[in-house]
Design a protein around this ligand. Structure first.
Ligand SMILES: *Cc1c(COP(=O)(O)O)cnc(C)c1O
Length: 364
């Protein structure tokens, strides 16, 4: 399939004359900066926060490039991956006309972002073992389909999508294939970043919100061809990543050993949680996970969910999600948190019997 990026881009974006910020017009070394109407006296918030941040996050990209073995020109940094998802809709999907393909059950933000941008979503559900269904995708694909979202490891099911199927679908699909790798650091498989050069329609999303422990900073990454990254940079708000976020991320990248150790701990706890959950009489299945959460099928997800909330433990109820009936999505916590969860769950059958017993007495 011949891939022509420019023919996929909306006309208004192709013709866009991007905003030229003071910081992008002059980024050299000067003695006096009187070009951006900042407060020259300083900031009550401290440090150098009176100055606008680097619009292209040069230092952060340099470090990410080194870590991931990719050229900085192929990196986009956003205010969370959610910003990257929204930008892809705005660049490629003509509102009220084009569509995006999603593969449910999957991350809810693709659909919300589509709705905000007035873009139709078409569904090609995963197979019963939560893999991509290439035939279902081909069946819904039309010339109006501009984006295909693949989440791997998938939220909420936790599994990786088969690498060769993703690449095969990307070869056949004449739109942009977005592979969301928010949980790839926990996975037993490398990122698809290494296939970017031979897959011009691939965008790989990663985030600092999960393994890197910086959900509060809001930093997401997109890896793609230089041409796609250029488009994203043209459409994003000029100063989309704050100075505080850029600096904190640059500092954190020097401490990858901390992250690696937490990932190892998380994987060990994931294994323990899986084993222990499988022992519970009301849990029929715990799906194998390559992420930092597990999906457990119970005989009554709503009841177990409410019982846990009463114990002040919150998990994610996925009972009403396609292919996830009875399922709770449980994030892997610290050893202590997981212990509290497991203790509560082990006491659930007795608590449930007691409640049924009380209800019977009251009804007499
Ligand atoms: C958590 C998550 C993200 C992260 O989004 P941010 O905006 O970067 O915090 C992205 N994709 C999926 C599938 C997620 O579960």
């Amino acid at each position: 399939m011949t891939f022509d990026l420019q023919s996929l881009v909306r006309n208004n974006i192709r013709d866009l004359k991007p905003y030229s910020s003071a910081r992008s017009e002059f980024s050299g070394d000067a003695k006096v900066f009187l070009d951006a109407n900042e407060n020259a006296f300083g900031s009550p918030a401290g440090d150098d926060l009176n100055r606008y941040p680097d619009p292209l996050q040069t230092e952060l990209k340099r470090q990410i490039a080194e870590l991931k073995g990719i050229d900085p020109s192929r990196i986009f940094i956003g205010n969370g991956s959610d910003e990257a998802i929204d930008l892809l809709f705005r660049i490629f999907c003509e509102p009220g006309r084009d569509n995006a393909i999603i593969c449910p059950p999957t991350y809810g933000m693709y659909e919300v972002s589509a709705a905000i941008n007035d873009v139709e979503v078409v569904r090609a559900s995963l197979t019963s073992d939560f893999q991509l269904d290439a035939d279902a995708i081909s069946a819904v694909f039309s010339p109006r389909s501009k984006l295909l979202f693949v989440c791997s490891p998938n939220n909420p099911t936790g599994n990786l999508m088969d690498r060769s199927s993703v690449l095969e679908i990307a070869r056949r699909f004449n739109g942009i294939v977005v592979v969301d790798e928010a949980y790839i650091d926990f996975a037993n498989q490398p990122s698809l970043i290494d296939r970017l050069s031979e897959t011009p329609n691939l965008v790989v999303l990663q985030t600092f919100s999960k393994a890197w422990g910086m959900a509060g900073l809001r930093i997401g990454m997109a890896f793609a061809s230089e041409a796609i990254v250029d488009l994203m940079n043209r459409v994003k708000p000029p100063y989309n990543v704050s100075q505080i976020a850029q600096r904190a991320a640059v500092d954190a990248l020097r401490n990858k050993a901390w992250v690696d150790a937490r990932v190892i701990e998380t994987i060990a706890e994931r294994r323990r949680l899986t084993t222990e959950l499988r022992r519970l009489p009301f849990v029929s299945r715990v799906h194998p996970s390559d992420a930092n959460f597990v999906l457990a099928r119970t005989d009554d997800a709503d009841a177990v969910y409410r019982y846990l909330v009463d114990r002040r433990i919150v998990v994610r109820n996925r009972n009403n999600v396609e292919l996830c009936r009875g399922c709770l999505r449980i994030t892997v916590g610290t050893v202590g948190e997981n212990e509290l969860l497991l203790k509560a769950l082990r006491e659930y059958p007795a608590a449930k019997n007691e409640r049924t017993f009380k209800a019977e007495i009251l009804s007499k």
